[in-house]
Design a protein around this ligand. Structure first.
Ligand code: 7PJ
Length: 288
């Protein structure tokens, strides 16, 4: 069961300058949102039910990790209480773990949710606030699960107002170095960490494309890199497409991210993303 997670831990990327990459180790993380705003009817039961169906379908399509999110982190989103988040996420985690043999990541920034998620068998914590909230480092240090540390400038409510950087790549690298240091100081082994530049989190359209173009620079830290671009406004705003018309743009960005050394891609459209990876693999066989 843990073998897939182990793969994340052992994935190292030495292709900082060259465009070679280990396609066989690329992992697909499937997004399962259990926030009321991601379901048109908003009902808890149907939310749970349809989430479980979605998970089953993703597994059939070759997903490696299921990422469950109970807090909306969209620009302008308001805070969710611990109780609400637990209520949305934990029953689904339990249900998935009792039915399927699949790695589960919990997308949360709350120490209490992290603790419960660990108790009920989560394989990874995906934190858009990179364990900066109170108590998070301690909870993670007491466990042995993997953690995704994401970069965000500002907070969801206001992060898109006027993001500014000296040099976005250097600034994100410096953030990663600091967070890795804090993790290690707290007793969290570096081998447990995954890094994510956080597309759309306190970044203009130009910032997002610069990060995508330069993604391989984050491999210098020797940790797996996760890219979450699927259906985001960096696709929609560039192409002028509503959220349900962003598949072609999302897939193209996924392919670029993989060619730039991404080890994990976080996507809504698992089947299509696995297809894209399989095309890359077929081509890679004949590369000289
Ligand atoms: C990300 C995330 C991302 C990681 C969200 C959305 C917004 N976690 N959670 N990376 N985005 N690690 O999916 O559009 O990019 S929520």
């Amino acid at each position: 069961m843990m073998s897939k997670t182990t793969e994340i831990k052992t994935t190292s990327n030495k292709n900082i300058i060259s465009t070679q990459y280990d396609l066989n180790k690329v992992q697909v993380m499937g997004i399962v949102n259990v926030t009321p705003d991601s379901f048109s009817d908003g009902g808890q039961f149907s939310c749970f039910d349809s989430a479980l169906k979605q998970v089953e379908k993703m597994i059939g399509n070759g997903v490696d990790i299921i990422d469950i999110g109970g807090e909306s982190t969209r620009p302008g989103a308001v805070d969710v209480s611990v109780q609400d988040e637990l209520f949305r996420v934990i029953p689904l985690l339990k249900a998935i773990k009792s039915r399927f043999d699949i790695n589960v990541s919990i997308d949360t920034s709350k120490a209490e949710v992290m603790g419960e998620a660990i108790t009920y068998g989560a394989d990874m914590i995906n934190d858009v606030r990179a364990l900066q909230n109170q108590g998070c480092l301690e909870v993670i240090a007491q466990s042995d699960i993997d953690v995704c540390l994401m970069h965000m400038q500002g907070m969801p409510r206001s992060m898109q107002e006027n993001p500014q950087y000296n040099d976005i790549i250097d600034d994100i690298l410096e953030f990663f170095r600091q967070r890795i240091y804090c993790c290690e100081q707290s007793g969290i082994n570096k081998e447990r960490l995954v890094l994510d530049p956080g597309f759309g989190f306190g970044k203009t359209l130009a910032h997002n494309y610069e990060v995508l173009a330069q993604l391989s620079q984050f491999n210098v830290l020797g940790l797996p890199v996760l890219a979450g671009i699927s259906r985001k406004s960096m696709i929609g705003n560039l192409l002028n497409r509503e959220v349900d018309k962003r598949l072609a743009g999302s897939l193209t960005a996924v392919i670029v991210a993989i060619q730039q050394g991404a080890n994990i891609i976080r996507v809504h459209d698992v089947q299509e993303s696995v297809d894209a990876i399989n095309i890359l693999k077929a081509v890679a066989q004949y590369k000289t």
